[in-house]
Design a protein around this ligand. Structure first.
Ligand code: ZN
Length: 286
């Protein structure tokens, strides 16, 4: 799933490439992807792209006259910029990975695509991004929050730190991948209880959040071409690296599985050398 760094990179690309161009047409090919009906997609026609912003993991293509195309890419969605399109004919609604196509007046444009059968990509055409329910309830941006705000938000919700960090209403922008990386950098167990973190643990966690996200943003923006093809993230230390050596201490990266996700961590760096109980495995042996 694209998280803060990837969405930031997509926004940077659009600011470079699309700002100043006018929308020729917005084509909705996956009807279920468009969550709003008023204003209609035709309202975007002729409007100029004036900015590309990010709200947590939402991308906001800002058009002149206060119109916003706000997109949540969900788990398998991506934005593909096209310098040109093979055909000028509108796409036919129906099957296929393209959910939304935006054609611009220089012949370029972008497709919002979603792989797989689970269709969760969501697009909203609104006059104010706060009209998008997911945007309205976002907590402060994970990269912008200072230590006091950060600590306040984390302590304000009691629970396992892994879940708290990925709760978009606590702090916005962090998902499954970067929370694994942040907790590894902060040497904290994913199951540490948020309200019990000491001030120094909190300061380390805040610093780790800034470092991991800032590094990932510069890598994503730097590898712009690769990023825009949706290629795998680089530079991850534990996430999606089960069974591989931790680059910090050499211990083997382990995994805890849940119904529809998993987390990775390093026992030596994060849990005093003790493996966490894997719920899936413990269910089997019970
Ligand atoms: Zn380690």
């Amino acid at each position: 799933m694209p998280e803060l760094p990837e969405v930031e990179a997509l926004g940077a690309y659009l600011r470079d490439r699309a700002v100043g161009r006018r929308v020729e047409r917005v084509e909705i090919t996956a009807i279920s992807a468009l969550k709003t009906y008023d204003p209609p997609p035709t309202a975007a026609t002729g409007r100029m792209v004036v900015d590309a912003a990010r709200h947590g993991k939402f991308l906001d293509v800002v058009l002149d006259g206060d119109l916003h195309l706000v997109v949540h890419l969900a788990r398998a969605g991506w934005l593909h910029y096209r310098e040109s399109f093979a055909s000028a004919a509108p796409l036919k609604p129906g099957k296929g990975p393209i959910a939304v196509r935006v054609r611009l007046d220089d012949g370029s444009g972008f497709d919002l695509t979603e792989a797989g059968t689970q269709k969760k990509l969501a697009a909203y055409l609104v006059t104010d991004p706060a009209q998008v329910p997911g945007v309205a309830k976002l907590g402060p941006d994970a990269l912008a929050a200072d230590l006091a705000t950060f600590a306040d938000r984390i302590r304000g919700r009691r629970g396992q730190i892994k879940g708290i960090l990925t709760d978009q209403s606590v702090l916005s922008g962090i998902g499954n991948a970067y929370s694994d990386e942040i907790l590894h950098a902060a040497k904290l167990s994913p199951f540490a209880i948020s309200s019990r973190l000491t001030d120094s643990q909190m300061a380390v966690l805040h610093e780790a959040t800034r470092e991991v996200l800032t590094d990932a943003v510069s890598r994503s923006v730097g590898q712009r071409a690769a990023t825009l093809k949706g290629e795998k993230r680089s530079g991850l230390k534990v996430h999606a690296r089960t069974g591989l050596p931790c680059p910090v201490c050499g211990d083997t990266v382990r995994e805890v599985s849940f119904a529809d996700s998993s987390l990775q961590y390093c026992p030596t760096c994060q849990t005093g050398g003790k493996p966490l109980a894997d719920r899936r495995l413990s269910r089997l042996v019970r």
